[in-house]
Design a protein around this ligand. Structure first.
Ligand SMILES: NC(=O)c1ccc[n+]([C@@H]2O[C@H](COP(=O)([O-])OP(=O)(O)OC[C@H]3O[C@@H](n4cnc5c(N)ncnc54)[C@H](OP(=O)(O)O)[C@@H]3O)[C@@H](O)[C@H]2O)c1
Length: 306
């Protein structure tokens, strides 16, 4: 494995270093995806120092199956390297029927993490997140569940994703007072969506020593050459669930082409420019990319050399 310092960055004011490019399992690692392709992507990632894998209970499809893929990979390839890996999972979105399989209750988070550990064939995760802010559940309840999974040894660190700034501030204080510091915030920051900057979330993380990891840094593929000349067969947009053709308006396409021209002037690809822009923002620890092939991941890793 390449362990060059150029790959890693400290996660806030913590003891944890994370690779500047991390690998997400939202798409391409479910039961409907070819296992050998998923395996090849993960092995390539690991061999290139991409040792942080980001999962959630409901990644697949079907729900849970991305974690099951990781479980199989642990058994077949990764178990000897467990201590070299930083594995995250989350709970917060709909996972199983009824009121205890969604949102932010202690009941849900505790049961979900136990299920995730079983699917991934792990004793503990390195990082457990609340996947989203729940306006109905007292924040204390969600956060105490995070504290307790650490006390139980089921997670080493905790994070939150998509929480608004006031709730982030509350979480930071609550967790710090209980000696389970908030390791990281996961939010969407990319050239098309700067909400975490505009809302002050990135500044808060930077000032308080909380790491920040950007999900969908390529805007699900829009910030690459994927859609500049039409919608290719097999692309995420043809699957249509999270990235719909209607989103690719003429205005957006023109903006993407202009960004692509700017990237060319810098001798970079659009994807490289998009990733390096995020990594240049103060407070950012890592970009959390997805990839449907090893070739895509290889291209995206070139940002580490810029
Ligand atoms: N916390 C949250 O609520 C949340 C939400 C969303 C995501 N996430 C996390 O963030 C991770 C990444 O999200 P994402 O998959 O949306 O990230 P992304 O990096 O913005 O998009 C990845 C997709 O873009 C395309 N792509 C990537 N590199 C390319 C390249 N070099 N050339 C052409 N196309 C390329 C591929 O799509 P094709 O399939 O078209 O090839 C790939 O699957 C997820 O896996 C998950 O772990 C978290």
């Amino acid at each position: 494995m390449n362990t060059s310092d150029s790959i890693f960055r400290r996660c806030g004011r913590s003891g944890v270093l994370l690779p500047k490019v991390s690998l997400g399992f939202w798409h391409n690692f479910g039961a409907n995806d070819p296992y050998e392709r998923s395996r090849e992507i993960v092995r390539f990632a690991f061999e290139h120092g991409i040792v942080h894998f980001d999962l959630a209970n409901n990644y697949g499809p079907p729900y849970g199956s991305a974690e099951e893929t990781l479980g199989r990979l642990m058994d077949e390839d990764l178990r000897p390297h467990r201590d070299e890996l930083f594995i995250a999972t989350k709970a917060g979105y709909d996972m199983w029927p009824g009121p205890y399989g969604n949102w932010g209750s202690r009941k849900y988070l505790m049961a979900s993490l136990d299920q995730s550990l079983r699917r991934m064939h792990l004793d503990y995760v390195d990082l457990f997140y609340s996947h989203r802010y729940d306006p109905e559940t007292p924040l204390e309840e969600t956060l105490q569940a995070l504290v307790d999974v650490v006390r139980q040894g089921k997670a080493l660190y905790v994070g939150i994703s998509r929480w608004p700034l006031p709730a982030l501030e509350f979480a930071y204080d609550y967790l710090r007072q209980r000696d389970v510091p908030l390791l990281i915030y996961q939010g969407r920051l990319n050239l098309l969506d700067r909400a975490p900057q505009e809302e002050g979330i990135l500044d808060f993380c930077h000032q308080q020593g909380v790491g920040f990891i950007s999900f969908s840094p390529l805007a699900q593929g829009l910030l690459t050459d994927r859609y500049l000349n039409g919608i290719p067969e097999g692309s995420r947009m043809t699957k249509g669930r999270f990235l719909k053709p209607a989103m690719l308006t003429p205005e957006l396409l023109e903006r993407l082409r202009e960004l692509n021209r700017q990237a060319s002037l810098r001798n970079e690809t659009l994807a490289e420019m998009a990733l390096s822009w995020i990594l240049e923002q103060q407070g950012v620890t890592s970009v959390l990319v997805g990839a449907s092939s090893t070739a895509q991941l290889a291209k995206n890793l070139s940002v580490l050399k810029l």
